[in-house]
Design a protein around this ligand. Structure first.
Ligand code: PHE
Length: 328
């Protein structure tokens, strides 16, 4: 019985099995208990030795049960520790950090500059009427300048605005001069799409109206903006050109050194001029003068960030944007 009991204890694989063995051998009706109770039936001279050996076995068995229990418990703790193992030296999970789209950054940079120059930033609708996009900006029906700004029309005769200039009209109709505003936003043209043309792009437009505003103020504002963007050495130039809603009108360019390429040159930015008297007439303004200028943001963003194709801005390929994460 000793051999069998010790072998069974050694083979027990869990605490329940051990408890069953304890009951079987040492319990009230256990085998050893039964033998102890049977001592009385032995002849007196054998009782002593038999009692001693039963008690020795009882102790040995209790000891074996205890050690086996400790071993099983130790294994259980080890298993639990293993399953709850935590390597505090592992790097943590990185949370994805977004970034602003390049055009958003260019817009923010520009609106910051204009705010610092005292301009209010306002926005207008992308779906416009012919009156605001053309008529009140001195493009009458059949005016040839309309051909340069073909766009998308709705069936009820509205259109996707071709420039941010209609906001000039909207703002003047609802505000009294003097004021200085800047209008960023999306504009649309019916373009054959290629590396430098998209049917949707972005412009920013400035309008300043008050008494005695002159062309010198216009050039000064363009200089101030250009120097805030590109540094104090930056020069600008105005070349005469035609837009129906300004007179005189000009295109303007900025002489800048591209910090990415190290090359310097004229960057043709956009159009500008003194607000045409017919525009003031259309909004009911009298006794004031003003200037406006507007330009596209994509070209500026392309040269600033070295983006070779305008379509990358709208392709939604995160690899394009991730390159510039963290830049301002
Ligand atoms: N709206 C003109 C364009 O999109 C640009 C412009 C703005 C010209 C303001 C003069 C004054 O081409």
């Amino acid at each position: 019985m000793r051999e069998q009991a010790l072998a069974e204890v050694a083979d027990a694989t869990d605490l329940n099995a051990l408890q069953a063995l304890r009951v079987r051998y040492l319990g009230k009706k256990g085998e050893l208990t039964r033998q102890l109770k049977g001592l009385g039936a032995l002849p007196p001279d054998e009782r002593r030795a038999a009692g001693a050996s039963i008690n020795a076995l009882k102790e040995e068995l209790e000891d074996a049960l205890k050690r086996r229990r400790e071993a099983l418990e130790g294994e259980a703790v080890a298993r639990q520790l293993e399953s709850e193992r935590l390597d505090v030296t592992l790097p943590g999970y990185g949370y994805p950090v977004g970034g602003l789209h390049l055009l958003t950054r260019v817009t923010n940079r520009l609106t910051d500059v204009f705010r610092s120059m005292g301009y209010d930033v306002v926005v207008g609708p992308e779906l416009e009427t012919d009156a605001y996009n053309f008529q009140k900006l001195n493009f009458p029906d059949e005016h040839p300048a309309r051909d340069t700004q073909d766009t998308f029309w709705t069936e009820d005769g509205r259109l996707l605005r071709t420039h941010t200039s209609p906001m000039q009209v909207r703002y003047m109709l609802s505000h009294a001069p003097p004021f200085k505003i800047v209008v960023p936003g999306k504009v649309f043209r019916n373009e054959a799409v290629d590396a430098t043309h998209e049917a949707m792009f972005h412009q920013i437009e400035a309008l300043v109206v008050g008494e005695h505003i002159t062309m010198a103020d216009l050039h000064g504002a363009i200089n101030q903006m250009a120097r805030a963007l590109f540094g104090p050495e930056t020069k600008t130039r105005l070349l005469p050109t035609y837009f129906p809603f300004v007179e005189p009108g000009a295109e303007f360019a900025v002489w800048w050194k591209n910090p990415r390429t190290g090359r310097a040159g004229w960057l043709e930015l956009g159009g500008c001029g003194m607000v045409h008297p017919n525009v003031f007439k259309a909004v009911g303004y009298e006794g004031v003068t003003g200037f406006a200028f507007g330009f596209g943001l994509e070209r500026l963003a392309m040269v600033s960030y070295g983006v070779p194709d305008i379509r990358y801005f709208y392709g939604g390929d995160l690899r394009v944007l991730r390159q510039f994460r963290g830049e301002l």
